[in-house]
Design a protein around this ligand. Structure first.
Ligand code: PLP
Length: 260
């Protein structure tokens, strides 16, 4: 009998095209040697061209999936992605408030194609209920602007955005500055320590699933017992490699690669 690998849970939406969401999470978790489990919050009809439809699951279905996994198998880290509505955000926040496992909150708002994956009416629940239970919150620049009102245009702006996000209560803020020009620069801070993460920009448009992959890779590191800065550094390396190897699928934006 072999020893069980670290157990990881994603609470997120399904991407039928397999590039982002639950599917990217599970691929990342497998690639990083962990056992991935899933609580599906919403189902999207999606491909390389965008999101053609999205349907939320009932709150009871989300709670039941979570209880089934946690009560029997147990989790060593949790990652959240698309939560769709205020009701689901609040239910998930309540569930996570009861766990000792580290939580990586990717406050998914809008897809690369501009499709909304979170109702505007849910933003306040993300701020007041979900962010306070986060070990690490990982917004991109659009998401942090929506949540805090801070619009980042420079590296110094990343500091102001991180400070504003930390006011909502996550232990660490990872602000992903990938949309700024120049190198892909992210700032990780807990309000005391500052870690700047730089990676050369890859000229590859096939980046679908980047955010989901990064957050899952951070959760994998935390489940293995890494500190937050070490888990984020390792995850950034993983996602940089996955972006460099991203490939064309369909007519639009293809997925990052998980080492097929
Ligand atoms: N679809 C689902 C279900 C997601 O969870 C996400 C991102 O978190 C996306 C789509 C968007 O992915 P991207 O912005 O990388 O295209």
């Amino acid at each position: 009998m072999t020893a069980a690998p670290p157990r990881l849970l994603t609470v997120a939406g399904s991407d039928s095209g397999g590039g982002a969401g639950i599917q990217a999470d599970l691929k990342t978790m497998l690639a990083l040697g962990t056992h991935g489990m899933s609580v599906v919050t919403a189902v999207t009809a999606q491909n390389s061209l965008g999101v053609q439809g999205a349907w939320e699951l009932p709150v009871e279905a989300v709670r039941a999936q979570y209880r089934s996994v946690v009560d029997d198998i147990g989790v060593q880290a949790v990652k959240t992605g698309m939560l769709a509505s205020a009701e689901l955000v609040e239910a998930v926040a309540e569930l996570l408030a009861g766990t000792d496992a580290p939580t990586v909150i990717d406050p998914v708002g809008i897809s690369k194609h501009g499709d909304s994956l979170l109702a505007a009416s849910a933003l306040d629940s993300v701020r007041t209920r979900l962010l306070p239970v986060a070990t690490v919150a990982t917004p991109n620049l659009d998401e942090v602007a929506q949540l805090t009102g801070v619009h980042v245009e420079s590296e110094d702006g990343l500091r102001r955005a991180a400070a504003a996000l930390l006011d909502f209560g996550p232990r660490w803020a990872l602000i992903k500055g990938g949309h700024l020009s120049g190198d892909a620069v992210d700032l990780l801070t807990d309000g005391t320590e500052e870690h700047w993460l730089r990676a050369p920009r890859h000229d590859n448009r096939h980046t679908h699933g980047t955010g989901c992959t990064l957050a899952s890779a951070i959760a994998a590191g935390l489940a293995k017992g890494l500190t937050v800065p070490d888990a984020v550094r390792a995850a950034k390396e993983y996602v940089t490699g996955a972006i460099a190897a991203g490939f064309a699928l369909g007519e639009g934006i293809g997925p990052v690669d998980h080492g097929y």
